[in-house]
Design a protein around this ligand. Structure first.
Ligand SMILES: [Zn+2]
Length: 445
């Protein structure tokens, strides 16, 4: 078996891993490098083609597979969950592979909505696999069974992919945290994890982004309580309340809407990406915001909604895009007074998010915060818990799976380095059965 670390091993983003077994190759994830996309302004990504995105290093460098003569041996692309750093490159490079794409219902729903929004089409067959079920793939060197195991993260229908091969099971757990009291879905499917552990796992590729954090990431339930607490202090307020969060975080949006309703305010969702993910959730009857919120997307709708909110600022709660200060997002335009709503002293702005620690986001968010502070806005930052596990989540998962080999992923070499310590504690030998890889490398196991 050979494992190729194509993307997501030298940065946070453009995740892609290839696994080769004899004459068959499988791709795990096909993501974008979001900071490069933010520079291009995400709102206009449909205007860009593969070549420009490659030039900006926004796509995983999968041309390595062409050089090795492996492109025509790819039998399937598996998608672990619906975040753009895992599926966002599909509309641009999946056509290069004559194979189907597999994912859980929400993941596929998000992919389809994204392609619709960006007016992209791909020739690949797209196949939905329910979480906690499997599908057989006929390869040149035999049959394979791919199993999607329910896992907790920060987007619905996140799965741990288990590819059953003659050489043992390949587990791809990118991304995850271990959440035993999630808000929207059930805890991880421990039974399935224990079962595959007994069957024998050859290699586990695991999200290790926060392995430097010497703790377990708190449950989404804590974030729900943080939202509750902050809103409870806003009862009877005469000022505006705006909230921004990850549009794909359906569980968080659910909490915001539920506690928001107790404020007796009408709720607006403003922004294109909020529309995309809530529609994707609606499409598969996962969770519906219909009859609870008004979703506005188009320019004229946004302007007239904001005018209305401006005239009765204590009657509305607004959830909008732009928590990273992305140029062109609703919040960023509001901060520059480019939309018909002006923030005043005492207005409330809740970030149910964390600034992604890359220079472009830190700069954008910092500059946006300064503008809001100038207007006297009260800022509630980091009303949030992460979707990525800390060191103790990762330890628990490795102990449950007991894989022969471990490959940390989802970060730069520096970010993944603390995994060496954890690997040693768990009895692994560096470069023997514990492999710290960077983009563009290959190991044989
Ligand atoms: Zn993710």
């Amino acid at each position: 078996m050979e494992v190729f670390s194509i993307g997501g091993y030298s940065e946070v983003g453009k995740n892609m891993t290839a696994v080769k077994i004899k004459d068959d190759v499988f791709l795990f994830d096909c993501g974008l490098y979001i900071p490069a996309v933010i520079e291009l302004q995400e709102e206009k990504i449909q205007d860009y083609g593969e070549r420009q995105l490659r030039g900006k290093q926004a796509l995983p460098d999968d041309l390595i597979l062409d050089k090795l003569g492996l492109r025509n041996k790819v039998r399937a692309i598996f998608l672990s969950h619906g975040h753009l750093d895992h599926i966002g490159a599909v509309p641009f490079i999946a056509y290069r592979y004559n194979c189907p794409i597999f994912g859980s219902p929400f993941t596929i729903s998000v992919l389809k909505r994204t392609m619709e929004d960006e007016k992209k089409r791909i020739p690949n067959k797209i196949i939905t696999i329910e979480s906690d079920s499997s599908h057989t793939i006929n390869g040149k060197s035999g049959d394979y069974e791919v199993e999607l195991i329910h896992m907790t993260h920060s987007i619905p229908h996140t799965t741990m992919i288990a590819l059953h091969t003659k050489e043992g099971i390949v587990v791809y757990g990118n991304d995850f945290k271990i959440d035993n009291t999630p808000v929207l879905e059930s805890p991880p499917n421990y039974n399935a994890l224990k079962r595959i552990s007994k069957q024998g796992i050859k290699v586990a590729i695991l999200d290790s982004l926060y392995c430097s954090s010497e703790t377990k990431t708190p449950s989404e339930n804590l974030a729900r309580n943080m939202v509750k607490e902050i809103f409870s202090g806003m009862h009877g307020s005469k000022n505006a309340i705006f909230v921004s969060t990850f549009s794909s975080h359906i569980a968080r949006l659910k909490s915001i809407v539920e506690f928001g309703k107790k404020l007796d305010r009408e709720i607006f969702f403003i922004g294109r990406s909020l529309n995309r993910y809530t529609q994707a959730s609606n499409d598969i009857n996962l969770f519906s915001f219909k009859n609870q919120v008004r979703i506005v997307t188009y320019k004229n709708q946004v302007a007239s909604a904001l005018k209305k909110i401006s005239s009765q600022r204590d009657k509305f709660l607004v959830i909008c895009t732009g928590h990273q200060g992305e140029p062109g997002s609703i919040l960023e335009r509001l901060s520059r007074k480019k939309l018909p709503f002006e923030f005043r002293r005492g207005d409330n702005l809740v970030f149910s998010s964390k600034t992604i620690p890359v220079p472009i986001n830190i700069k954008n968010k910092g500059e946006m915060d300064k503008r809001f502070k100038k207007y006297g806005v009260r800022i509630f930052d980091e009303v949030h818990v992460s979707g990525h596990g800390g060191r103790e989540d990762i330890r628990e998962l490795i102990e449950t799976l007991n894989p022969e080999h471990v490959i940390p992923s989802h970060g730069s070499y520096q970010q993944l380095l603390p995994m060496r310590e954890l690997g040693k504690e768990l009895g692994y030998k560096m470069d023997k059965n514990f492999h710290l890889m960077q983009d563009g490398e290959k190991i044989s196991i």
